[in-house]
Structures are given as structure tokens and as C-alpha cells.
Design a protein around this ligand. Structure first.
Ligand SMILES: [Zn+2]
Length: 136
């Protein structure tokens, strides 16, 4: 069979690739189907930290990453509406509370997008391991 990581020919009963050291036992017969590399979760998380939706794009989910980024950009519309309405309805204290709520919403969205990137990369890797093909 062939190593799924580096593509070099290896013994069928090998546990590790003798060329790159990657464990291959669990990949079974599917190891011959591809020489695609798994995505590095660490790299994806760094990208996701820097760019909202970047981790999903790194995992090959370009459209999903772009939508997550766009939603982040346009999140200011409902958030601004929340602040204005709270200020009008509940006065300056209501407005101040809404600003804090908006901060929590933004941080929450950011954390969720990073978590989603991690799940997406893990799903990609799992499909590659199980089928030898990318899932999307
Ligand atoms: Zn290898």
C-alpha cells in the first residue's frame, strides 16, 4: 500500500511509514486511495483566531467560512439595533447594558467560530482516514 501522508510505497503490514513516520495501520486498505494529507488542527485554529471563518476555509469549506465571515461583518446591524432600542426604552443604563451584551455576543460568536473550525477540520480528517477521500 501507499502512505496516505507522503505517498511512498510501504509494506502492507507496516504500522508506520518508513519514509515519514506517520502511523498507517488504522488506514487499512484505504491507505492506497490517496496521498492527501490530513489538515493540521493547530494551523486551522491559528487561522481561525486571526480571521473569522478562516479555519473553515482551511478545512476546504470555503463557502461556509465566507458565510461565517459575512455574518460576523453584518452582525453590527442587529447589535446596533439592540443598543439603540435599549437606550430608548431603558435610558442610558439600558444602553450601557446593551453595549456589554453586544460585547458578549461578539466574543461568543468568535469563540463559536473557532470551535466550529476545529470540528470541521476533525470531520475532514476523519473522512480522509475512513474513506481515503475528502468529505467535501
Ligand atoms: Zn509516509
Amino acid at each position: 500500500m501507499y502512505c496516505h501522508n507522503c505517498g511512498n510505497a510501504i509494506d502492507d503490514d507496516a504500522n508506520h511509514c518508513k519514509h515519514c513516520g506517520q502511523p498507517v495501520k488504522n488506514y487499512g486498505r484505504y491507505a492506497t486511495f490517496t496521498n492527501l494529507r490530513e489538515k493540521e488542527v493547530g494551523v486551522g485554529l491559528i487561522i481561525a483566531l486571526l480571521v473569522i471563518g478562516g479555519g473553515q476555509m482551511y478545512a476546504g469549506k470555503i463557502a461556509r467560512g465566507f458565510i461565517i465571515l459575512l455574518a460576523w461583518v453584518f452582525l453590527f446591524i442587529p447589535v446596533l439595533a439592540l443598543i439603540i432600542i435599549s437606550d430608548v426604552v431603558a435610558g442610558p443604563y439600558g444602553g450601557a447594558f446593551a453595549v456589554i451584551a453586544a460585547f458578549v455576543i461578539y466574543i461568543g460568536y468568535w469563540v463559536w467560530s473557532i470551535y466550529d473550525a476545529k470540528i470541521t477540520i476533525e470531520r475532514y480528517n476523519e473522512a480522509l482516514r475512513n474513506t481515503g477521500r475528502p468529505p467535501w
